[in-house]
Design a protein around this ligand. Structure first.
Ligand code: PLP
Length: 393
């Protein structure tokens, strides 16, 4: 685990760089937002340099879009054996704006949305802003204690009037990478209820061990027909500020109705970001494999650090994503009225996400990013442990 160039990255250098992660909570060790501390791939930097050299910062040229759609199609095929024509892949600003389009264009007006929880926080806040109710369906413990979707709960939510279900795979914050049989079982429920799936696959390239990502719409014709998929190079190559994601349309009727909205869907996508996504998908593989190896080590490192310093906090190593979901329920009763995130912010100067923001199922949990140098991860856990030890005595 030693000798990697990421080990030379310091807290001071990260703060000086000025990312959102390292400036929003001044004086904190930052682990709350899904950004990486590792910069990005040389291919992405080169692409941005090319955009700069040409001052290619105007509206999105059709050739830049076509190139991105083609590169995404090739990436999906090579990495997941998913054969998607490039004409079905649309640029959009980000996954959340793809979600808004799906919500407003492809679901019954005003219908509720099913969200397995805990979930990525903005789904809980954005959906009501768009006038839709969220029906939270807490995940349930399955095989060996891993959390799984509650299919009966999801079926009941469709019966209550929901039309859209948000599938997040690989899952933020749980780090689950759903198996083929789990996805097929979900597909049976969705199809039986006449539902639509928004499949958020933004973390798709980030998986570990033998947990292979399976795009939901790639399973069969049925899932292809009831799904709209969103993905991006933004998580795996650490470029969310470049504002480009992909909306993938696998249903023929949906594709027909994209004609009149394709311009609006793509309008928020940044021209240099679209080119950068192309470069990441096409030439960013080597950098990504290196990063995945480093984060893989962090998965085990965190297990060891918690066992040594903070055994009351438990976690299962994520199967995908660089997000660790910590269960803090075993900690002593020392936080008062505060959430654990507030306690660790106040007492340890560590910035974590309060699990309650991920839905009711997330109360007394924390989200911690593993996308950081090993020595910073160690500092984070030790600072947390010291705060607990100080207050319990
Ligand atoms: C599961 C998930 N979906 C969506 C997003 C937001 O993506 P975007 O910035 O493309 O809207 C994130 C960001 O972390 C995420 O983890």
């Amino acid at each position: 685990m030693t000798g990697h160039r990421f080990d030379d990255i310091t807290v001071e250098s990260l703060m000086e760089t000025g990312s959102m992660k390292w400036t929003r909570m001044p004086g904190h060790l930052a682990a709350f937002v899904a950004e990486m501390d590792f910069g990005t791939a040389p291919a992405v930097t080169q692409s941005l340099q090319n955009s700069t050299d040409k001052a290619l910062w105007g509206y999105l040229p059709p050739a830049v879009t076509r190139d991105m759609s083609q590169a995404t199609s090739e990436f999906l095929n090579t990495r997941y054996s998913w054969d998607v024509p490039s004409s079905r892949i649309y640029p959009t600003a980000d996954v959340l704006s793809a979600y808004e389009v799906v919500l407003e264009r492809f679901t019954k007006p005003g219908s509720a949305v099913i969200l397995p929880t805990p979930a990525y926080m903005p789904f809980l806040t954005l959906t009501p802003l768009r006038g839709r109710e969220i029906i939270q369906v807490p995940m349930i413990e399955g095989e060996g204690g891993r959390l799984e979707m509650d299919l009966e709960g999801i079926a009941a939510a469709f019966d209550q009037g929901a039309h859209l279900m948000i599938l997040c795979n690989p899952h933020n914050p749980l780090g689950r990478v759903y198996t083929e049989s789990e996805l097929l079982a979900l597909a049976d429920v969705v199809e039986a209820k006449g539902g639509v799936v928004f499949s958020d696959e933004i973390h798709a390239p980030i998986t570990f061990d033998d947990h292979a990502h399976i795009p939901y719409a790639s399973l069969n014709e049925t899932t292809a027909a009831h799904t709209l998929t969103a993905t991006s190079a933004s998580k795996a190559w650490n470029i969310p500020g470049l504002k480009c994601a992909q909306l993938i349309v696998s249903n023929d009727d949906h594709q027909a109705s994209m004609k009149d909205i394709a311009f609006i869907v793509s309008h928020g996508a940044a021209t240099p970001g679209v080119a950068a996504n192309t470069a990441a998908y096409r030439d960013g593989g080597e950098w990504l494999e290196d990063v995945l190896g480093y984060i893989d080590d962090n998965r085990a490192l965190l297990s060891g650090l918690l066992a040594t310093h903070l055994p009351e906090v438990t976690y299962r190593e994520p199967e995908g994503t660089y997000i660790a979901w910590l269960d803090a329920k075993g900690l002593p009763d020392i936080k008062g009225d505060r959430s654990w995130a507030q306690f660790f912010s106040d007492e340890a100067r560590v910035g974590l996400t309060d699990g309650a923001l991920c839905g009711e199922a997330g109360v007394d949990h924390l989200r911690l990013m593993l996308s950081t140098p090993h020595h910073i991860l160690e500092k984070i856990v030790i600072a947390m442990a010291e705060a607990v030890r100080k207050h319990e005595s």
